[in-house]
Each structure stands twice: as structure tokens, then as C-alpha cells.
Design a binder for this molecule. Structure first.
Ligand SMILES: [Fe+2]
Length: 260
């Protein structure tokens, strides 16, 4: 069943009136909605209560990139981008969806042990999906403004907190190069303290694991899969070149929205 953005659907036994599709989507996943439509009101038991018990069953799909895989060359090769997007990110999504389905089943059965056991898989794979979804937006081809320094309030905030954009890049490169194993280096906004921060996270931990008021502006993937095919073991060269394709316009938009 496909619902367009402004479409409405009618389920007489669920509601006496038309329900906006967007609201319905937030209440029921596509999969659940289909099963509810097929099974009808009797199997719903208490109707909305039964529907609400399915709210967690939502699956995720690989987001499209707004540029071609080869468009970030020579900073990042097309081969890396294709594998990184289609294989690595897709694998996080596949395993995230699988873990969420298992979580849904465990919760329905009241199996607390399994619910707890699934948390690490959800954090790792869900974090991988969250982080990579941001990462693709953090990049843009040079011909579309990649590497152009931030203007407006973010540029001013960077100068205030770090001295200059060059100083910020130096700090993030140093912390990214020093990060042991796999992880991410972030420029974030602390919404509570109203200041910019540089943080690193291990594995696929999202920035929010370092503080609930932290919002990611720029996240750089320092897993080997992000650079090894092109830069081999020289992570600092990857970090030096990635700034040529950083989308500061996107970071500025997030900063302005989150700091207002
Ligand atoms: Fe990655």
C-alpha cells in the first residue's frame, strides 16, 4: 500500500472520519497497516490499543545521495563512496531493521532478557544508520560549494570558539587521527551551553551519546572503510583532504535552526 504525501485513508472501524496519511504513518508502519487492514476489526481486540502496540515496528531504508559516487573525487574516490553507501551503510540498516523486529517480538512476548540483549545491536546498527545519514549530507562536490568556508553565524561562532576555521580543522584532524580503532570525530553544537564542541565517539556511537544536548553539525567517519582503498593506512591524509568536500552550507543551516 502506497500513500502519497497529502493522501488520506479511511478505515471505518478504526476511525469514523478520514485520517491524514501522515498521522496514520506515525501511528502504524506500512507493514502493520497492511496487516491491520487485512485482519479487520475483530482481531484488533481493543482497536487503537492494539494498533499502538505495533508502533515500534518501523523499518528503515537506505537514503539516496544528492550527488554521484564519483562527484567527490579526487578527495574521496567513487569506489569508496559506492561501497561505503551501498554496502556498509546498507548493512547497518539491514541489521538495525532485523534487531528492531526481534525487539518487537521480544516485547510482545514480555521477554525482558532478549529486550536487554538487543540493545547493543540496536545502538551499533542504529547508530551506524544515524551517523552515515548525516555524513552523506556533510559532503558535497567542490563545484556545488564543497569546502567553501561557512558564512554567517556559524563562521562567527567558529572564530569565537576556536580562533579560526583553520584552527578548528587542525583540532578535528588531530583528534580524528588520534582516535584508536574505529569511530567518528564531530563538530557539534551544545544547545544547553550554546557553544560549539569537538568530540570523538567510538564505533558507531552517535554524538548524542556524549551528551543529550549535543547536535551534530559535521561528522567525519574515521573507520578504515571510509578511506583505506584510497589512502591505505594514512588516515591523516584522508582527514586533510576531506575538508575540500565538506558541506558547510548544510552545517550552517543546522546551526542556525538549532541555535535559534
Ligand atoms: Fe562508514
Amino acid at each position: 500500500m502506497h500513500l502519497s504525501f497529502c493522501e488520506t485513508v479511511q478505515i471505518p472501524w478504526l476511525s469514523s472520519s478520514f485520517v491524514p496519511a501522515m498521522a496514520m504513518r506515525s501511528l502504524l508502519s506500512r507493514k502493520t497497516l497492511t496487516s491491520v487492514l487485512l485482519s479487520g476489526p475483530k482481531s484488533m481486540g481493543l482497536g487503537l490499543t492494539a494498533a499502538q502496540s505495533h508502533r515500534s515496528l518501523q523499518t528503515f531504508t537506505l537514503p539516496d545521495l544528492s550527488y554521484d559516487y564519483g562527484a567527490l573525487e579526487p578527495a574521496i574516490s567513487g569506489e569508496i563512496m559506492l561501497l561505503h553507501h551501498q554496502k556498509h551503510h546498507q548493512t547497518y540498516i539491514t541489521n538495525y531493521n532485523k534487531a528492531l523486529e526481534q525487539l518487537h517480538d521480544a516485547m510482545e512476548k514480555g521477554d525482558s532478557s532478549t529486550v536487554v540483549k538487543l540493545q547493543s545491536a540496536i545502538k551499533f546498527n542504529g547508530g551506524g544508520h544515524v551517523n552515515h545519514s548525516i555524513f552523506w549530507k556533510n559532503l558535497t562536490p567542490i563545484r556545488e560549494g564543497g569546502g567553501e568556508p561557512p558564512k554567517g553565524s556559524l563562521g562567527w561562532a567558529i572564530d569565537t570558539h576556536f580562533g579560526s576555521l583553520e584552527a578548528l580543522i587542525h583540532k578535528m584532524n588531530a583528534e580524528g587521527a588520534a582516535l584508536q580503532g574505529s569511530g567518528w570525530v564531530w563538530l557539534g553544537l551544545d544547545k544547553e551551553l550554546k557553544r560549539l564542541v569537538v568530540e570523538t565517539t567510538a564505533n558507531q556511537d552517535p554524538l548524542v551519546t556524549k551528551g543529550p544536548s549535543l547536535v551534530p553539525l559535521v561528522g567525519i567517519d574515521v573507520w578504515e572503510h571510509a578511506y583505506y582503498l584510497q589512502y591505505k593506512n594514512v588516515r591523516p591524509d584522508y582527514l586533510k583532504n576531506i575538508w575540500k568536500v565538506i558541506n558547510w552550507k548544510y552545517a550552517s543551516e543546522v546551526y542556525e535552526k538549532e541555535s535559534s
